[in-house]
Design a protein around this ligand. Structure first.
Ligand code: ADP
Ligand code: MG
Length: 225
């Protein structure tokens, strides 16, 4: 339908744009970073000036983060598509996020079935799962909780559910998921869910969101095998 078409078109334009601009922006960021580091090492810099330099370096780091989120999203698709077991990606991402979860008093519980073979872009899938799990953990950081992840195959589909008992979303907020730069977080880039929607649409999957403010959120992703 039209809504889906517009969404796909938006993703396409975004990824084209991201690919061409990201590389160009990275160079000046690197150069500026280098000169600021030099300046910081100078003996004549006052402590106030050093503070300004540190702020600038921090902001550069943020810009760098935005560019890498963009680049990950823009990576050319078909040549990175491989036939693989999704199980590997879940284990990898879970391990990466363990320290972050522990820091926020969040447990991660996973349940898998064995055969989760599919053709997908490994890098993008890892990034997307990372974004999804990270959002879940971040939603629970004020009250601790458990991130419940289930992956199983059912009638020619792979079903992924990611459930948190975090802050939850209103219907209006759910509608905004995947819009570039939509974020309610102080340090958010608002590119995580864009990446998730992009990756899942590439494998012809769909995403259902069920959420209640103050109760939690469940993402259900269905991918045809
Ligand atoms: P970011 O995490 O950088 O803010 P995302 O695209 O990953 O950007 O998410 C966009 C917004 O969607 C978040 O800022 C948050 O408001 C909302 N969101 C995403 N996942 C969840 C979740 N599991 N629980 C509650 N809100 C969520
Ligand atoms: Mg996020």
């Amino acid at each position: 339908n039209r809504e889906n078409f517009l969404h796909a078109e938006r993703l396409h334009v975004m990824s084209e744009l991201a690919a061409s601009v990201s590389h160009e922006i990275r160079n000046p960021l690197t150069v500026t970073n280098g000169f600021l580091q030099l300046l910081k090492g100078s003996k004549t810099v006052t402590s106030d000036e050093k503070m300004y330099i540190d702020y600038s370096l921090k902001e550069l780091e943020r810009a760098e983060q935005i560019v890498s989120d963009f680049l990950a999203f823009a990576k050319p698709q078909s040549k990175n598509m491989v036939y693989s077991n999704l199980h590997e990606e879940f284990v990898y991402v879970k391990n990466i996020l363990m320290p972050f979860a522990r820091m926020n008093q969040v447990d991660i519980k996973c349940a898998f079935s064995n055969t989760l073979n599919l053709k997908y872009d490994k890098n993008q899938m890892q990034q997307s799962l990372l974004n999804l799990f990270k959002n879940g953990i971040e939603s629970m950081k004020e009250k601790s909780g458990t991130l419940q992840i289930e992956v199983y195959d059912l009638e020619q589909n792979i079903i992924i559910t990611v459930k948190d008992s975090g802050v939850g979303m209103t219907n209006e907020e759910i509608q905004k998921l995947g819009k570039p730069y939509y974020s309610t977080k102080k340090e958010g880039t608002g590119l995580g869910m864009l990446m998730v929607y992009g990756t899942i649409s590439k494998v012809k999957g769909k995403i259902d969101v069920e959420s209640k403010k103050g109760v939690g959120t469940t993402f259900t992703i269905t991918i045809p095998v």
